[in-house]
Design a protein around this ligand. Sequence first.
Ligand code: 13P
Length: 231
Amino acid sequence: MIFAANFKTNHTRKSTAEYIRALNDKIESSPTEHRVFVFPPATALDSYETTATIGAQNAYPAQNGAFTGEIGVEQLEEFGIDTILIGHSERRELLGESQEAVAKKFAFFKEAGFEIIYCIGEPLEVRDQGDEAVVEYLLAQFEGIDTSYGKLIVAYEPIWAIGTGRSATVAEIESTHKALRATLPATPILYGGSVKPANIVEILSIENVDGVLVGSASLDIESFYEMVASV
Ligand code: 13P
């Protein structure tokens, strides 16, 4: 299983270091065979001593250059970071990243050999139209994406379930992951959206769910590791 913590715009450099220290202590006292990822904000990226994988929430598809406010591969390489989140709905919706821009970013970081957690997810109005509309919407988010890339992990995060406390139902997750599996026979598929200690066991027991991408409930190390240790 894969457990990924997406801090979004939370935690500082100091609190991230404390978090990773606490995570290391937990891994040492209660070892896990699961893969653990942490995506801190860009200001907290560093060369942490940990068996968890530290990744970037975002970066510009360039080695370096004139891209004010962005970081590129050079700034990630400094810390040995070769894992990135691409296509998160908050970047698509709030930062206006188009499918074309997302695909360009994907191609660049694939070429650079990064492990990519690629996020997809539908808005509520699409979910309300039923399963078929959802699958069609999600498959369109693979436009321009090499779904056979060996270092790809896909995260299905219904937008209406993110940060709302309302997770998708077991039936919704099951049918969506089953449909995605047809396109992604060998790629791990994570679920994200209001995952928390109270629903982790149920979510991970769903067929074709290979792990979780967690926002709010990952911010506190006790809550995050409770989930890691639960299965
Ligand atoms: P929440 O766990 O806060 O719903 O966020 C999910 C998410 O967007 C992770 O990338």
